[in-house]
Design a protein around this ligand. Structure first.
Ligand SMILES: C[S@@+](CC[C@H](N)C(=O)[O-])C[C@H]1O[C@@H](n2cnc3c(N)ncnc32)[C@H](O)[C@@H]1O
Length: 297
């Protein structure tokens, strides 16, 4: 069963009213959207966005009997402005970003997001990637050692980024790195033994860094947040749930900058996190951080 993360907190802090227009920028299975729809009622409009068509199909099924008007759009949230233009809406009352990807999307993609399956090292969310689209295979086989190390450190906070990058370059001279297991074996050969017995799998950070790079997730988030504030009505709120420190830092800094520019107020001085009960029911919520901003201008 799909359990939306920090649902009550999102609903409480978004301050929704009947008739509101709301964007769920990462609708997935409509876990949050179902409740949002209840709050905004028959006169309300929900615009649900996802870059994954299967998620949108599922959201459509989940929201079939909802009372509010539902508009679903396949797009990247970095194009929020274009989506609104397309559906003929200018401003909205609230926007939710619940970042990342569901475990289902990761495990069933066949594109090498998971280090637990032997799959081609693609990691792109593009449905029909062409030769021109960046893939993880391209990065590990063709990028310079320093550039690989930089992304492993910058987007994965990988302690052994330099060592892993060096090993990747050494191995690829003999044989191209094609699959997830090729890469896992390289990481395994590089890191010390103690690192293999930590709570998180030793390949987690390298895989996260490659996925973020391939899908340009950091710039997409920055663009999405900027556009969100442009299309919010006065007093409207934006809520962001992030699942790793790199994203959370971006959100925190973005809200701070906007506050300093006089655009609005930070509602959550500290990020809201899940309580013990929620973490027990839904382990994924363990690393979730919710931050809210309200526009004043
Ligand atoms: C964690 S899930 C959201 C779960 C949802 N709130 C729920 O409770 O059902 C994140 C979703 O965001 C989508 N996504 C990730 N990055 C995106 C982007 N840049 N633009 C649009 N959708 C994105 C993923 O495909 C995934 O379906």
């Amino acid at each position: 069963m799909h359990i939306p993360v920090l649902l009550n907190e999102v609903i409480n802090f978004l301050n929704l009213k009947e008739g509101d227009t709301v964007i769920d920028a990462t609708i997935n299975k409509a876990g949050h959207s179902k409740e949002i729809c209840k709050q905004i009622g028959e006169m309300g409009t929900l615009i649900g966005i996802d870059l994954d068509q299967k998620s949108l199909d599922e959201a459509g099924r989940e929201l079939e009997h909802s009372k509010c008007e539902v508009i679903l759009q396949k797009n990247n949230f970095r194009n929020l402005d274009k989506v609104l233009e397309k559906v003929g809406i200018k401003k909205v009352n609230a926007i939710l970003f619940d970042l990342g990807f569901s475990s289902n999307q990761m495990n069933k993609s066949g594109r090498g997001f998971s280090f637990q399956k032997d799959e081609p090292l693609l990691m792109t969310f593009k449905e029909n990637p062409t030769e021109e689209d960046l893939t993880a295979r391209e990065i590990v086989n063709n990028w310079e050692e320093n550039s690989i190390a930089d992304i492993l450190y910058g987007y994965g906070e990988e302690k052994f980024s330099r060592q892993i990058a060096r090993k990747i370059v050494e191995i690829r001279k003999e044989k191209q790195i094609e699959t997830t297991m090729d890469l896992v074996k390289i990481i395994e050969k590089t890191i010390p033994n103690w690192y293999k017995h930590k709570k998180i799998h030793f390949a987690t950070k390298t895989f996260q860094a490659l996925r973020i790079t391939v899908n340009d997730e950091i710039d997409a988030l920055k663009e999405g947040l900027n556009k969100a504030l442009n299309i919010l009505r006065k007093e409207g709120r934006v809520a962001v749930i992030s699942f790793h420190s790199i994203e959370d830092r971006i959100v925190k800094q973005f809200f701070r900058n906007k506050k300093e520019e006089g655009v609005g107020a930070i509602i959550t001085k500290k990020p809201i996190i899940s309580n013990r009960d929620e973490i027990l029911k839904n382990p994924r919520s363990r690393s979730a951080k919710l931050r809210i901003f309200q526009k004043v201008l």
